[in-house]
Design a protein around this ligand. Structure first.
Ligand code: IFM
Length: 440
């Protein structure tokens, strides 16, 4: 690896990221049923109908996993808290074993000198809340605030940082317009409501944590750079719509108290009444902003009603997800975010990484493409810092191979290989390369 820790400011944090449903093993420890269990049990939604019942069994093996975080030289570990593990019905009765698990996790991180960076919601909505409409129901903001109160009363004192919701675009658009993620809805009214309620819930969680005296609270937004597929005005406008829906809606809501017009053009008629009155909650001040970045898309008009765009196959080398490798997009987002939305607020790259078709052979996994991907994106991180972007840290996705949602266990994003039969962990060559860069 070309980049070394010494190439970055002294207080720059390196971390790795995971999420609860993707690694813990949701069948363990009294967790309640989630929308992903239901979605996966419905044929046609998930590769081989796989679910998170066992996943990486991190629930039992977290000690071994945190040792790997430590040995790689990471300063921080970004993980998420399963709502259904803490409140199996989503509300009401607390699962003490769930609280105890996150308590142990927090202590185990601190014992190893690793900063705990929590995300409250990474998509495993308790099924009983979906029965009530899930993200379509405005009450979800209050349910989420109550969950925040319960879990943060227990572990909030030990968190380095907390973000309420991972990737609001996935929660809202991918799951209610595209229907690719649970609950697999394809409906514009449901989408508009989810697009708004996810931010209202974010704001209520921030308020709740401030009420508990917590600080270092942020938001985590996923971004995909959108380039027009050709020189036509139609392609430019389609890429702008994609950008407005995917990238600008959430940041604009949180940092400007407004939604971009190109997205309102289609969504406004379907937003809940009085949506503008929620902006004082949605814009609750944050201490940092996180960006999850993987790829860019080439966009052309689709000849459909709004949003009238489609993705066009791009020419760049691709990852195993079929995503183009485009580090410039990360640089573009870092500079644009600081310029247009966050100013001096600290930024973090909260996820970046790639899936590859890794093979375990003779107890090793050679994954030079992953090392090159990380290096190329770290180049852009350095460029942004050199140009004055207040970027304070970089988290790799992911520590472990894990449950890649609708794509099951096939797409391996980990620095550490997981054998999903034996659950044996084997650090890949990229893990060793990164560890060398961070510890020498
Ligand atoms: O695995 C996901 C993660 O849950 C959220 N961000 C993107 C990753 C790769 O698709």
């Amino acid at each position: 690896m070309k980049n070394q820790r010494s190439d970055f400011p002294g207080d720059f944090l390196f971390g790795c990221a995971t999420s609860s449903y993707q690694i813990e093993g949701h069948a363990f420890g009294g967790a309640g049923r989630t929308q992903w269990d239901d979605f996966a049990a419905t044929p046609g939604n998930v590769t081989r109908f796989e679910n998170g019942d066992k996943a990486c069994d991190h629930y039992h093996r977290y000690g071994e996993d945190l040792d790997l975080v430590k040995q790689a030289g990471f300063d921080a570990y970004r993980f998420s808290l399963s709502w259904a593990r803490v409140l199996p019905e989503g509300r009401g009765q607390v699962n003490e074993a769930g609280l105890d698990f996150y308590d142990r996790l927090a202590d185990s991180l601190l014992e190893r000198g690793i900063k705990p960076c929590a995300t409250l919601y990474h998509w495993e909505l308790p099924s009983p809340l979906l029965d009530l409409g899930g993200w379509r129901n405005r009450d979800i903001a209050s349910w989420f605030a109550d969950f925040t109160q319960v879990i943060m009363e227990r572990i909030g004192d030990r968190m380095f940082s907390v973000a309420p919701i991972n990737e609001p675009w996935c929660v809202a658009w991918l799951s209610h317009f595209d229907g690719h993620h649970a609950p697999g809805v394809r409906d514009i009214r449901a989408t508009a409501r989810a697009m708004h309620h996810v931010l209202l819930a974010h704001g209520r969680a921030i308020e709740t944590m401030r009420g508990l005296g917590m600080n270092n609270l942020g938001g985590v937004f996923n971004m995909e750079w959108a380039d027009p597929a050709d020189d036509s005005e139609g392609a430019r406008a389609a890429a702008d719509r994609y950008d407005a829906i995917y990238n600008q809606w959430f940041m604009s809501g949180v940092f400007k108290g407004a939604y971009p017009q190109a997205a309102l053009d289609g969504l406004e008629p379907h937003l809940p009444e009085g949506w503008q009155e929620d902006f004082p909650t949605i814009t609750a001040p944050l201490d940092w902003c996180g960006i999850n970045y993987y790829t860019r898309k080439l966009i052309a008009p689709a000849g459909h009603p709004w949003p009238d765009y489609r993705e066009v196959d791009g020419p760049l080398p691709k990852t195993f997800m079929d995503w183009e490798i485009y580090p410039e997009g990360l640089y573009n987002f870092l500079t644009r975010t600081a310029r247009d939305y966050t100013g001096d607020l600290p930024l973090y790259v909260t996820e970046n990484g790639m899936a590859s078709a890794d093979v375990l052979e003779d107890s090793t996994v050679e994954d030079p493409a992953r090392t090159a991907y990380l290096d190329a994106h770290l180049d852009k991180v350095r460029q942004a810092i050199a140009e004055g972007v207040p970027l304070k840290g970089y988290f790799t996705w992911s520590l472990l191979d894990n449950y890649e949602w609708a794509l099951g266990y096939e797409k391996r994003f980990g620095l550490v290989h997981v054998d999903f039969e034996t659950l044996a962990r084997t650090p890949k060559a990229s893990y060793h390369a990164l560890a060398k860069a961070l510890t020498t």
